[in-house]
Design a protein around this ligand. Structure first.
Ligand SMILES: Nc1ncnc2c1ncn2[C@@H]1O[C@H](COP(=O)(O)OP(=O)(O)OP(=O)(O)O)[C@@H](O)[C@H]1O
Ligand SMILES: [Mg+2]
Length: 251
């Protein structure tokens, strides 16, 4: 059965796209067929994948088009956002259902006659229409939280929102995981944030800490996953740990 994971945070630059990209590749390395869906008009996943513009995007699907994802690697596919056109399609949509219906169609889709094992949705940095629709069709919500005091405040607000607004959705506290990103021991702050986050979010906190590492940035410029670019690095080790935790919790 296809598992749907929303990667979302109400704050910008927390590592959502980096997490979607590397988690996707890690799941594929573990034998899964993975579809990455870019729900952010910034179109970052397509830049990282290094693929050209495509007629089939999330925007074109919301406008009633077909679903033809781009192949990225043997078991990884990408449905790009459509950039500015997604912004227009989201605001033109008459209701949330006009966004959730095409998302459900994405989930049911097949390539080469086979379903996906995982569909990962990279959400924009806000909890707006796109993220709300994605969360309502997902099995699991993964929230990357930057390891700073302010980063924690944003996620605290977002969790409050999720708890009060998604009562009817399929996501509950058991299906929400928070992963700290940009973690470093060079300063004391991130460790204090980790301890506070554990107290605040209890079993929603994942054990994996994604450390602040340059290979995560450089690998994107090279259009590669961190596993391909620097397989023995800390970045690869951290995302490999995240893959295992996500399979255990959401798989
Ligand atoms: N753990 C990390 N260590 C170092 N650099 C990182 C790490 N995670 C992400 N980055 C870099 O930080 C920048 C922001 O990351 P990313 O784009 O994944 O965040 P985002 O939450 O998707 O941002 P946005 O809110 O704009 O969508 C990127 O240049 C990325 O390469
Ligand atoms: Mg992003």
């Amino acid at each position: 059965m296809t598992k749907q994971i929303a990667i979302a945070a109400s704050k910008g630059g927390t590592g959502k796209t980096t997490t979607t990209w590397n988690l996707g590749f890690g799941l594929a390395l573990a034998g899964a067929r993975v579809l990455l869906v870019d729900c952010d008009p910034q179109d970052n996943l397509r830049f990282i994948a290094g693929t050209g513009e495509s007629p089939s995007t999330l925007a074109s699907m919301i406008e009633g088009g077909d679903m033809t994802p781009q192949p990225v690697r043997e078991s990884v596919w990408l449905l790009p956002s459509g950039g500015r056109r997604l912004m227009q399609a989201l605001s033109a949509a008459e209701s949330l259902k006009a966004i959730t219906s095409p998302l459900k169609q994405v989930l049911k889709s097949r390539v080469e006659g086979e379903a996906f094992d995982f569909v990962l949705f990279d959400c924009p940095p806000e909890f707006g229409r796109a993220a709300s629709a994605v969360v309502s069709v997902s099995d699991y919500l993964l929230i990357p939280c930057v390891s700073t005091w302010l980063g924690l405040r944003s996620i605290e607000q977002m969790i409050e929102f999720v708890d009060t607004h998604t009562r009817d959705a399929r996501i509950d506290s058991e299906q929400t995981g928070i992963v700290l990103t940009f973690y470093t021991t060079r300063r004391g702050g991130p460790e204090a944030v980790r301890q506070e986050a554990k107290k605040l979010f209890k079993n929603r906190m994942l054990k994996t800490l994604v450390r602040e590492r340059t290979e995560l940035d450089y690998s994107q410029e090279a259009h590669k996953s961190v596993f391909e670019y620097a397989p023995s690095s800390d970045g690869a080790a951290d995302y490999s740990s995240l893959v295992k935790e996500v399979i255990k919790r959401a798989g």
